[in-house]
Design a protein around this ligand. Sequence first.
Ligand code: PMP
Length: 285
Amino acid sequence: YDDRDGKIWMDGKLVDWRDAKVHILTHAMHYASSVFEGERAYGGKIFLSRKHSERLIRSGEMIDMTIPWTVDQIEEAKYEVLKANGLTDAYVRAVAFRGAGEDMGVSSARNPIRLAVAAWEWGSYYGDAKFKGAKLDISKWKRPSPETIPTAAKASGLYMICTISKHAAEAKGCSDALFFDYRGYVAEATGANVFFVKDGEVHTPLPDAILNGLTRQTVIGMLKDRGIAVHERHIMPEEMEGFEQCFLTGSAAEVTPVGEIGPYTFEVGTLTREISDAYEKLVRS
Ligand code: PMP
């Protein structure tokens, strides 16, 4: 991803893609002092763009970083990047991080807070699983307690176990891994929220130790608009035995059906298809 043509916005200006570099003593590289966003533009318009920019700023605050840019400035930066790269349908990645500077210890309050925005074409996040249903491994790692780490932040530190879980899943021929949380409840995938369908009703984990995804919130609204009951609650792993359908939601993942999670199997059913199609329409409307 580093060797290509294009432009990346860094700290207020567009730089050549290949020159979008940071120093090796960047604080974030050593201590995960970094927050980010993953968004999608459809037909030139970023879906829920302001909400993503607002979450970026909030995530920063949760890890003691004041991002020196306003929502409006971040909005401008994102659209500038799309334009500079001639993109209309793309994935947009904003990342804010504590840079190199005065200090190199854990405490580096005087180091600058930096912001970068990149965008590129990124097709279906789960490839053909989008149609067939994804196969998920169950991670041996647990989503941590909100008393251990700010779980509501989209902070890089939370993704270390995501990468190792996803690598383990892929080595077993799965597309992703599902986490349980520190209490043993069903939690989320490495970059998406999870939903289940049974008897025409929908069940999804309470967002008390997971990222309350913007897609999750959108999909809950879509289900309720259709008069479908949505139960946000603690879900025990054994309950997956009785669920008929399962799908994942995320800005990158969109609405992706799930066919298998460990020993549990699900059908790619009508409700999953309907919500997936309706989401596709909504993001382009
Ligand atoms: N959980 C995790 C761990 C994620 O990385 C993501 C992707 N941001 C989500 C859930 C879904 O969030 P959203 O719908 O806001 O993209």
